[in-house]
Write a protein that binds this ligand. Sequence first.
Ligand code: HEC
Length: 106
Amino acid sequence: MVTISPIEKIKKGKLLFEQNCLLCHGALGKGDGYAGIYLNPRPFDISSEKVQIQSDSTLFFKITLGKAPMPTFKALPFESRLYLLMYVRELGKNNNKQTAKNDSKN
Ligand code: HEC
């Protein structure tokens, strides 16, 4: 089996996110994708604490099963869903950085 580095996994996750999630969640996961703005409920900010405090297994489960109007992604290979989860965590880190930056401005 070919092993790939965490960086490569996150890169794959980013690509999968762009293909499967961006249209609703937006590039940074803020819930502002062009389809997302027409949904009810709106997809909320997945980089926010509300999502990021949830455990890996909870988020993995939600990505797998979806949550109406979010579709299920159980057709994606296990690894793909894992990489997506890693990318969702990356989005969370970026969000924290942004908050830290904003804080220092005040
Ligand atoms: C058709 C639009 C749509 C697509 C595509 C979509 N989502 Fe969602 N997502 C939503 C909506 C709407 C919610 C909020 C659902 C709710 O609160 O009932 C959501 C919620 C979430 C949540 C938070 C769940 C929670 O309860 O905390 C995560 C994480 C998430 N989506 C990840 C993803 C990932 C990863 C993908 C791509 C594999 C994806 N979504 C694709 C619409 C979408």
